[in-house]
Design a protein around this ligand. Structure first.
Ligand code: AMP
Length: 215
């Protein structure tokens, strides 16, 4: 029996994937919030979960460090999606990618007068494509976290970040000025594993599909 390795990130993606795993008869038998382990066993001896950073899920699955994984559309776009089979939109961990600026900043003026916009973001591919499609020149500053600080400290005019409730923006006196795209998490599968471990992977993919809202 060959081992099936599923890559997940801690937090919303892990929590919202659990009911889908349950539909496949899989229960994770350790709580990632209480354990320091990065490899979690399940009730099925041939299925294990590896915990990786959300942005690393596509990379683990691409190179076969995991056979399948759950990754946000944001992470998939930034990664590029090479070597990944993407059978299902799981419709979990939903949010959006938006542009936000400091309250009072004249964003419309900044993007219509043809001046350059300083944009700080972790999502440089998404941001670059979006502003290119608007014909806006941007200077991109790559950040890895706490994007909200950038407009407040003068590092950038605008940020491109994930927004869910909008509470984080409001708490930092930022306003959402454009919505770039809706985000949800997708199931991704290593293309070689799909051939070599076809039966057990198909069983999991089918169970996930049957547990989705539209059946
Ligand atoms: P909120 O305050 O609910 O708008 O959430 C915004 C914060 O949570 C930002 O720092 C985002 O990077 C993060 N966030 C929101 N939704 C998600 C998601 N689906 N996946 C990962 N991070 C998220």
């Amino acid at each position: 029996m060959s081992m099936i390795t599923l890559a997940l990130s801690k937090g919303r993606i892990f929590d919202e994937t659990l009911p889908l795993l349950a539909a496949a008869g899989i229960t994770v038998t350790e709580d990632p919030e209480k354990s320091r382990k990065l490899i979690l066993p399940t009730n099925q001896p041939d299925v294990r979960v590896v915990l990786v950073r959300a942005t690393d899920v596509p990379t683990y699955v691409q190179y076969g460090g995991a056979d399948l994984g759950v990754a946000g559309k944001d992470s998939l776009i930034e990664h590029g999606g090479q070597g990944l089979f993407r059978p299902l939109d799981l419709q979990i961990a939903k949010c959006r990618v938006s542009v936000a600026v400091r309250a009072g900043f004249d964003y419309q003026g900044a993007v219509t007068q043809g001046s350059r916009l300083m944009v700080a973001t972790k999502y440089t591919s998404i941001a670059r494509d979006f502003f290119a499609s608007k014909g806006v020149h941007v200077d991109m500053i790559k950040l890895y976290g706490s994007m909200e600080l950038a407009p407040l400290t003068g590092l950038a005019d605008a940020i491109v970040d994930l927004v869910s409730t909008g509470n984080t923006l409001r708490a930092n006196h930022l306003v959402e000025v454009e919505q770039i795209m809706d985000i949800s998490s997708h199931l991704v599968v290593n293309q070689a594993a799909l051939k070599l471990k076809q039966a057990p992977l198909k069983r999991i993919i089918d169970a996930f599909a049957s547990a989705l809202p539209q059946g």
